[in-house]
Design a protein around this ligand. Structure first.
Ligand SMILES: Cc1ncc(COP(=O)(O)O)c(C=O)c1O
Length: 403
């Protein structure tokens, strides 16, 4: 068996492939869906007469905030429409608490800690690291965080200041939190402290490509749990229109809204209102966005189905994989501690995969098991080849070591 796989490995290696499946980016055909935005005519004023060409409206123009309000199902007074990056809003949220949280800014805490469900998004870990905030992992299950692990961590230390989650189609496992899981998270976290921050990166809010477990609008669960003031939700159009060329939204309330306004007032006079208007003209309303996302789904789904069809060929003994119904990533979890080896073998065959460990704080996956696969940013033909390489690498790494 081992010899057979080795022969396949050598055969693929000789092909001198060069395929990169590290990046969860929209492919060109997806970007083309929004080309109309490039030259869409827009008026010079917002609907309530604000000159879009000048400074003003630091928290976004009314019609963009209304669109955000429809998408996030939160009242418009709780919505801020920002520039092109939700990650920036997330960063600004952490910064605002770091500098100005009451009663104690996080910078004055001896050892501030954040809870991070894993596997997670490497940039979240990098961001927390920038602030010297320790990212403490807890397991992410198919329906949300491990609530027992969450509760027991909060019992162990008063140093925790928040949790950072991707509530739908989590990056990279694609898991979608249940309403019940969120409700319990809010109950436990708010009992711990009414300043404990629930930070949600809703990057994949509208990115379903297959039927997805129903979620109540997050803001509704937040409101029912009375944690609006300690919750911040961010999202963007980076994977709706153009990566780095969309607009972003935030929903929050009370002291969290005041903090973000304070920090943003110093750093940016106003967002790009012209781009906000362009997006509103393009979509009209939330239904327009959802119809557009349907077109994305038609392009993305076949790629995930290709990836699934290859992963299904692997013996269950080698590991298991997530089957997201939306988002941009799949995780493969090896049963033996061979994730790094799999990534290395893929590289030797000419296929680049995100480095093993990068979905954990400090790049440390204690089981060396989780591998992130990003199937969107390659042609279907290249994806087929990359997946053949991937399963060969898994089989080879699995057969190499006996545990
Ligand atoms: C979970 C998650 N959050 C945020 C981002 C980046 O979003 P934005 O471009 O709005 O900053 C990504 C991009 O891959 C992501 O996967």
């Amino acid at each position: 068996m081992h010899q057979e796989i080795l022969t396949k490995f050598n055969f693929l290696k000789e092909k001198q492939l060069s395929i990169d499946i590290t990046r969860g980016k929209p492919d060109k055909d997806q970007l083309d869906l929004s080309n109309e935005l490039l030259d869409i005519p827009i008026p010079t004023s917002s609907e309530d007469g604000v000159d879009l060409r000048n400074y003003g409206e630091p928290f976004g123009i009314k019609e963009a905030r209304r669109l955000g309000s429809e998408l996030l199902d939160a009242p418009i007074e709780n919505i801020l429409a920002g520039e092109q990056s939700s990650l920036l809003l997330t960063y600004q949220t952490v910064l605002s608490n770091f500098l100005f949280a009451e009663p104690t800014p996080w910078k004055s805490l001896k050892n501030p800690k954040f809870i991070c469900p894993v596997p997670g998004f490497d940039r979240h870990f990098m961001m927390l690291q920038d602030f010297g905030i320790e990212a403490v992992p807890i397991p992410l299950n198919e329906d949300g965080i491990d609530l027992n692990a969450f509760e027991s961590l909060l019992k162990q230390s008063d140093d925790f200041v928040g949790i950072l989650c991707v509530p739908k189609h989590s990056n990279p496992s694609g898991d979608t939190y249940s309403d019940n899981n969120l409700q319990e998270m809010f109950r436990i976290g708010s009992n711990f402290s009414d300043k404990f921050l629930f930070l949600f990166d809703h990057a994949y809010l509208i990115h379903d490509f297959l039927p997805t477990p129903k979620q109540k609008p997050l803001w509704e669960v937040v409101t029912n749990s009375k944690v609006q003031d300690q919750t911040v939700i961010t999202t963007s159009f980076s994977k709706v229109t153009f990566g780095g060329g969309g607009i972003s939204f935030m929903a929050t309330a009370g002291h969290s809204l005041e903090l973000i306004k304070k920090v943003r007032t110093t750093m940016i006079i106003c967002p790009d209102k012209l781009n906000q208007k362009r997006h509103v003209e393009f979509f009209k309303d939330a239904q327009g966005v959802k119809d557009h996302m349907q077109r994305h789904a038609e392009l993305v789904r076949p790629k995930f189905e290709i990836a699934y069809s290859y992963l299904e060929k692997l013996d269950e003994e080698c590991g298991n994989f997530s089957r997201p119904t939306g988002g941009y990533f799949i995780t493969y979890s090896t049963s033996k501690p061979v994730a790094s080896r799999v990534v290395q073998l893929c590289k030797e065959m000419g296929v680049l995969i995100t480095p093993a460990g990068s979905t954990f704080p400090k790049n440390y996956d204690p089981k060396d098991s989780v591998i992130r696969i990003a199937p969107t940013y390659v042609s279907k033909e290249d994806l087929e080849v990359a997946m053949e390489v991937f399963i060969t690498a898994v089989e080879l790494a699995h057969s190499e070591i006996d545990i």
